[in-house]
Design a protein around this ligand. Structure first.
Ligand SMILES: *Cc1c(COP(=O)(O)O)cnc(C)c1O
Length: 482
């Protein structure tokens, strides 16, 4: 990706790749979109992909592969044990991260499972910059407690802070002083902090975390699932990284940790995961769990084809022109939205653009799921599918009380190398239209509310009759352009 100044003076992202395989998309007329979202219970997770024009639900496992990755898949070595494919992947990880040991796992959460089983004991604490759903679930399932030590700026929706994912070092020191280092299972740092809008940590902050961990003999763990975006932001936003290559920044980050795990559904443009480990004793401690839960040590539940693709994908992650595509599209989207006065998380992060539904729909109370309602309305207005990240994604407590989320976000993920700029511009335009008609959008309530993971399977309905007037307004303003 390059950013090019056009003759008009506009600076726009310019793709440094060409598309050689395409998938046909359909943009259903709004009447059909209405039918689709109502039969999906106004939950974008329950939409059929065939009914979706731009799938911005997630970046997980849906990034586009390169010709090099596809070519590598043909030479995959299908041996149960001793596969050359495994050796290539393990060697690549040693080369990039400088850690001697690698354990494969079928995806990121499987790596988290192995980590938590080996390291978390009941009552132990796992401090982190911010939780990710599956990382927290595995820690708590082992009886551990997650403590989030994100800096204050991290939870501000709009900010000028360039590294909103930074961990609060003072809070970490305070925690160690209060509870003692023995109470802490490990310190987890999440690159490209997912749930607060794909926000990065600085290399400087990572070094400080590492220094505190080493001072107190604490294990430091990096969740590198969203490392690619983080590397781009280190390079472009941090003075000390400006003159370093991406592999040099990668190694400087890796040097700060004892363990690095990742979801290769994000990192490496593939599908899979794994754990890189510095210390042999820890490796041996975790190793036994892989054949039990994942598969033999040379594939860990991954297909060898995917492993080859990941090996090449990791190399592509070291190429600035490849990893800046996502962040530059997102930056374009965010700055266009900001220019139109539309509330969105700033500064732009990785992963996607995040609409602030609390402000977008400030007339819809949090109990009526403004982010869920906005995601449903956006599908109606555009055929684009985003993900609710707000109160709907929370779980009721033991007394059935529903906690209100810190933020009400609609995440519009931009999977890497998938969309064109005109598709992104179309989404921006439809969001703009919705913003002008936001008063028409009302709240949702559950008609079927599963006890766990209600946001995945739950079905909802509009509380008032707001959908038909919204569809009418769309037909009036934009109906003919379809
Ligand atoms: C996606 C993700 C995971 C989990 O990975 P899966 O491959 O989906 O299981 C863990 N951590 C972060 C930061 C993620 O974004």
């Amino acid at each position: 990706m390059a950013k090019v100044t056009f003759f008009s003076g506009q600076q726009l992202p310019l793709e440094m790749h060409k598309v050689r395989i395409i998938q046909k998309l359909t943009l259903l007329p709004i009447e059909d979109r209405l039918r689709a979202i109502s039969s999906a219970g106004y939950n974008t997770f329950l939409l059929q992909n065939a009914d979706v024009f731009l799938d911005m639900l997630t970046d997980s496992g849906v990034n586009a592969m390169s010709d090099q990755q596809q070519a590598a898949m043909l030479i995959a070595d299908d041996a149960y044990a001793g596969s050359a494919t495994y050796t290539r992947l393990a060697n690549k990880l040693v080369e990039l991260f400088g850690m001697d040991y690698f354990l494969p796992a079928h995806q990121g959460r499987a790596a988290e499972h192995i980590l938590a089983q080996s390291l978390v004991t009941p009552g132990s604490i796992v401090p982190m910059n911010y939780h990710f759903t599956t990382s927290k679930a595995h820690v708590t399932a082992m009886g551990g407690e997650v403590l989030e030590l994100i800096t204050e700026a991290g939870l501000e929706v709009t900010s000028d802070e360039q590294f909103k994912g930074n961990l609060d070092i003072t809070a970490l020191r305070g925690l160690i002083q209060d509870k003692g280092a023995e109470a802490i299972a490990y310190v987890r740092v999440e690159a490209g902090t997912n749930l607060i809008g794909g926000q990065p940590l600085s290399l400087a902050n990572i070094r400080e975390v590492s220094a505190v961990c080493r001072e107190h003999g604490l294990l430091s763990v990096l969740d590198a699932s969203l490392l690619a975006d983080n590397l781009h932001f280190n390079k472009t936003r941090e003075a000390e990284c400006r003159d370093l290559s991406i592999p040099e920044i990668t190694r400087a980050i890796a040097d700060c940790f004892d363990i690095i795990y990742f979801s290769a559904r994000k990192l490496g443009f593939g599908r899979g995961g794994g754990i890189c480990i510095r210390d042999e004793a820890i490796y041996k401690q975790m190793r036994g769990l892989v054949p039990m839960y994942e598969g033999f040590l040379t594939y860990g539940g991954m297909s060898v084809r995917e492993m080859e693709a990941i090996t090449v994908g990791l190399d592509e992650t070291m190429d600035e022109d490849m990893i800046n595509q996502g962040p530059q599209f997102i930056e374009h989207m965010v700055s266009e939205l900001v220019e139109r006065g539309i509330p969105v998380i700033t500064p732009a992060g990785g992963l996607g653009a995040h609409l602030d539904a609390k402000r977008f729909l400030d007339h819809v109370p949090q109990q009526e799921y403004p982010a869920g309602a906005l995601a449903a309305a956006l599908y109606l207005a555009s055929g684009a599918r985003g993900m609710e990240r707000g109160t709907m994604s929370e779980q009721r407590d033991a007394d059935g009380v529903e906690p209100l989320a810190n933020m009400e976000l609609v995440r519009l993920a931009l999977p890497r190398r998938v969309f064109t700029l005109s598709q992104v511009n179309y989404a921006i335009d439809r969001i703009d239209w919705l913003y002008h008609n936001r008063e028409l959008i009302g709240g949702l309530r559950f008609v079927e509310e599963p006890e766990i993971l209600r946001f995945f399977y739950g079905r909802l309905e509009p509380i008032t009759n707001w959908v038909d007037p919204l569809v009418d307004a769309f037909r009036r303003d934009l109906g003919e352009s379809l």
